[in-house]
Design a protein around this ligand. Structure first.
Ligand code: HEM
Length: 252
């Protein structure tokens, strides 16, 4: 397809032969695929990050493992930068494709609200949660990923806790945590419904079951994330007079 053809297809919604354009379906698939990758990433991220609940040693060892310590002596923080860059590209791509689902004017938004009130359909309200949490995440997630890309060596029980407490990053993490967990939870539920993954013999009953499972996952992840954040705040508070000193096997 030439560039001119694809522009015409985008504008008219029809291809050169007058058939319905396949671009929206392709974009839909790409949005689902990038969303699924990000949801998987964040579910492991929150788990790894909660290693601080086991102890500072556990979090330190995990950080070093991600820096490739078993293979590279002392670890290489650039590995974290590279990982953060890859996630950043997927994150931006996902947000960019999602932008077409934003209401394009205040009037359109008002129409949506009226519609949603009229229908009282909970799945219509989920769309609103997705749009607003996605909007918050776009900014806060970018700040966080930029920090991870540019300061990959500043991750660890004390380095992270200093950032969270002394550098006052905790309000940002609190907002990011709530929005990312809601967004990922609702997003995965919508994927299950949209592509009919768990429909089986009785789609309706399975839809209700999927909803309950996602609600439970949202609560579990929220609690885990909040308790981890609280632990980092406590460590940061205790460490405030030693701000900047790092946790190593020798210096604890
Ligand atoms: C490769 C990319 C990433 C790395 C290396 C990374 C690393 C970290 C680290 C080390 C922390 C602990 C706090 C700190 O040191 O500042 C943290 C916290 C957090 N990250 Fe990430 N992160 C990445 C991507 C993301 C993404 C894409 C999101 C969501 C958009 C995210 C959401 C969060 C949240 C919500 C917290 C706070 C968790 C809590 O309060 O329990 N991270 N991240």
């Amino acid at each position: 397809m030439s560039q001119k053809d694809s522009i015409v297809e985008l504008l008219t919604g029809k291809d050169r032969l007058g058939k319905k354009s396949k671009i929206p379906a392709k974009l839909d698939f790409l949005q689902s695929a990038t969303g699924l990758v990000l949801a998987l990433f964040i579910s492991f991220h929150i788990l790894f990050e909660s290693s601080i609940l086991i102890g500072k040693d556990a979090m330190y060892k995990l950080t070093k493992m991600f820096e490739g310590e078993p293979f590279i002596e002392g670890g290489e923080p650039l590995i974290i930068s590279a990982l953060a860059f890859v996630i950043f590209v997927i994150f931006i791509l996902h947000a960019f494709i999602a932008m077409r689902k934003f209401p394009s004017s205040y009037k359109e938004y008002q129409r949506y609200r009226a519609h949603s009130k009229l229908l009282k359909h909970s799945d219509t309200n989920l769309w609103f949660i997705q749009i607003s949490s996605g909007f918050v995440m776009f900014f806060l997630g970018s700040i966080h990923l930029y920090t991870m890309m540019t300061q990959p060596a500043n991750i660890g029980p004390f380095a992270s806790a200093d950032r969270i407490y002394s550098d006052v990053a905790w309000p940002m993490y609190l907002m990011l945590l709530v929005s990312v967990i809601l967004h990922a939870g609702v997003g995965v539920y919508r994927l299950i419904v949209k592509w009919g993954w768990l429909d089986g013999e009785s789609p309706r009953a399975n839809r209700i079951r999927s909803k309950k499972i996602t609600q439970a996952a949202i609560v579990i992840y929220l609690v885990l994330g909040l308790v981890s954040l609280g632990t980092y705040i406590k460590i940061g508070y205790d460490h405030k007079d030693d701000y900047g000193s790092r946790y190593t096997e020798i210096h604890k």
